[in-house]
Design a protein around this ligand. Structure first.
Ligand SMILES: CC(C)(COP(=O)(O)OP(=O)(O)OC[C@H]1O[C@@H](n2cnc3c(N)ncnc32)[C@H](O)[C@@H]1OP(=O)(O)O)[C@@H](O)C(=O)NCCC(=O)NCCS
Length: 223
């Protein structure tokens, strides 16, 4: 995974719409406590939407699964508020490649209540798409609870070709990932940083639609 941009060395700081900063990086095995603590900052409704169950705490087994990822078939990117001496988990986004359809992955995301509505979910999903494309994943297939408007809103803002199939109490959202070439930083030592360049390429290709493009670009440029 070392040749990927989104690998264990990836780290960037973004500015959210309220002016606060968030550090984005790939999730590590030692993040178990951050994850458990973060869950406590997600409302019962948010937990249900993420896990399809009340999920008061994560078991040791779940924590292991969610933090000890291989970086190729299972990629997880977290967002942190970095204090002087401590850090606080703000959000986590991941995808898991489907075993029987290697060009497709199931994404999942959760942003703690206090950080919602500030663009963090969108920012993480963009990185998730770029990380997926690097690993030859062409589409996301998300199973969501019917009526989860925030995630539908987020995905419809990001991609021009989102389709939604009703499936009982759930909905299946298909999100094609635009065909843009993830940048090889060694070829572009002086170029604009990775995610920005990737997003520009995706916008140019017409496959990525961001209704609030200017806000996203302003946030990226201010970093
Ligand atoms: C879905 C979720 C990840 C969105 O994260 P977020 O950081 O709040 O998203 P953003 O701030 O980037 O907002 C994305 C868009 O959704 C819209 N949105 C946010 N909350 C909304 C709400 N309650 N209802 C409708 N739209 C909403 C925003 O207005 C924004 O659109 P805009 O940019 O056009 O204004 C977050 O609500 C969450 O963690 N939910 C609980 C877990 C979950 O449902 N996960 C998805 C299934 S795995």
């Amino acid at each position: 995974m070392d040749h990927f941009y989104y690998n264990r060395d990836y780290q960037e700081t973004i500015v959210l719409s309220d002016g606060t900063s968030a550090v984005l990086r790939c999730v590590r095995p030692e993040d178990k406590d951050l994850l458990q603590e973060g869950l406590q900052h997600l409302s019962p409704d948010g937990r249900y939407r993420r896990f399809f169950s009340p999920k008061p705490v994560l078991s040791e087994r779940e924590l292991k699964f969610l933090t000890e990822v291989d970086g190729v078939n299972h990629v997880a990117i977290g967002a942190l508020r970095q204090g002087q001496e401590d850090q606080f988990g703000l959000a986590i986004a991941r995808f898991i490649r489907l075993k029987d359809k290697p060009d497709t992955a199931e994404p999942a995301i959760a942003v703690v209540d206090e950080a919602q509505g500030k663009g963090l979910g969108t920012a993480l999903f963009l990185r998730l798409m770029a990380a997926a494309r690097e690993r030859d994943i062409r589409r996301f297939r998300a199973e969501i609870l019917a009526g989860n408007e925030p995630i539908k809103h987020l995905l419809r803002d990001l991609s021009s070709e989102v389709s939604i199939e009703p499936r009982g109490r759930e909905e299946i959202i298909n999100v094609p990932i635009p065909d843009f070439t993830p940048v090889n930083l060694e070829d572009h030592p002086a170029a604009v940083s990775g995610p920005f360049r990737q997003i520009m390429e995706a916008l140019n290709s017409g496959g990525l639609l961001i209704r609030n493009t200017w806000r996203v670009l302003r946030d990226l440029l201010s970093n």
